[in-house]
Ligand binder design. Structure first.
Ligand code: ADP
Ligand code: MG
Length: 281
């Protein structure tokens, strides 16, 4: 009978077989088929690392939740992938290349709280920003671009709000607009930081439906996700981190009471784990 421990053993054997160069090459080299690969990634803002020696590989067409307690380094990990923060050590490959070489293939939706819309900007202009790569330096938009933007707003149920000021919208509506901007980028890799935080139920449904469409189109979706109760419903892969990586892989294998305990420690009472919808053992 094959169970988790035999799988783990098989994986360990596979790793051993691949291990060359003093055990450094436990994973195959990232090539253009791998949307995102991180190796030995360490990021520090001060003396204490926010992310320590994280190896992670993301699979084409997968939806991965990055899960871990507050301050675990989840946002930092995304920012390091995007070149927003510079790692102390380690490497990031996006489709086998550097971030700069692959930037046209990546869309990022930052944590909403980190975006301040005090200056007046219309919804349609926010989404139009997703097309800047396509518009060129002069940023002249024609009917084709406006149609694309409106179609993206339609997909998130916000077409009626195109002329509104972004600052006048609710948090959930703003989040949908940011997702529409990411859709306008027509990317292959979508990185989202807590897209469901503080949104209403209708927005949560609208967002997950769009993310699942992206997956159905073989695009790769990575979300920092704070709601453990929906991990198994929404995602097929999970990466658990608490500064260091605790586990990664398909939800059915990597999202377990043991890995959650190791990630959250005493902060997650066993009763909470019992209430979670964990994949069948
Ligand atoms: P998470 O997204 O998992 O909540 P973060 O990646 O935002 O965690 O933060 C990880 C750690 O790094 C935290 O201790 C946080 O306080 C710290 N940190 C994050 N951003 C900065 C920054 N710009 N300057 C200094 N410390 C930071
Ligand atoms: Mg964060």
């Amino acid at each position: 009978m094959r169970n988790d421990s035999t799988l783990a053993l098989r994986d360990a054997n596979a790793s051993l077989e691949l291990a060359v160069d003093g055990g450094q090459a436990l994973r195959p080299e990232p090539d253009e088929t791998c949307p995102l690969d991180m190796r030995g990634l360490t990021v520090s803002y001060g003396e204490k690392p926010a992310v320590f020696s994280v190896d992670a590989t993301f699979v084409t067409g997968s939806m991965t939740a990055i899960v871990g307690p507050n301050g675990a380094g989840k946002s930092t990990l995304l920012k390091a992938a995007l070149g927003i923060v510079t790692p102390l050590s380690g490497s990031v490959h996006i489709f086998g290349r550097t971030f700069a070489e692959s930037r046209r293939r990546i869309a990022y939706v930052p944590q909403r709280a980190s975006v301040d819309w005090d200056f007046p900007t219309r919804v349609i202009d926010v989404v139009m920003m997703g097309l800047y790569g396509d518009l060129g330096l002069l940023r002249i938009s024609g009917k084709r671009h406006r149609d694309t933007v409106l179609a993206c707003l339609e997909r998130v149920g916000m077409a009626d709000f195109a002329q509104r000021q972004i600052g006048q919208l609710s948090g959930g509506q703003q989040q949908r607009v940011f997702l529409a901007r990411a859709l306008a980028q027509d990317a292959d890799l979508y990185l989202l930081d807590e897209p469901f935080a503080g949104v209403d139920a209708a927005t949560e449904k609208a967002i997950i439906d769009v993310l699942k469409q992206l997956k159905a189109e073989s695009r790769t979706v990575v979300c920092v996700h704070h709601d453990l109760a929906t991990v198994a419903d929404y995602f097929d892969h999970v990466l658990l981190i608490n500064v260091r990586k605790v586990a990664e892989g398909p939800v059915a294998r990597a999202f377990t009471a043991e890995t959650l305990q190791a990630t959250y420690g005493g902060r997650l009472a066993t009763t909470h784990i019992d209430q979670l919808k964990l994949p069948a053992a």
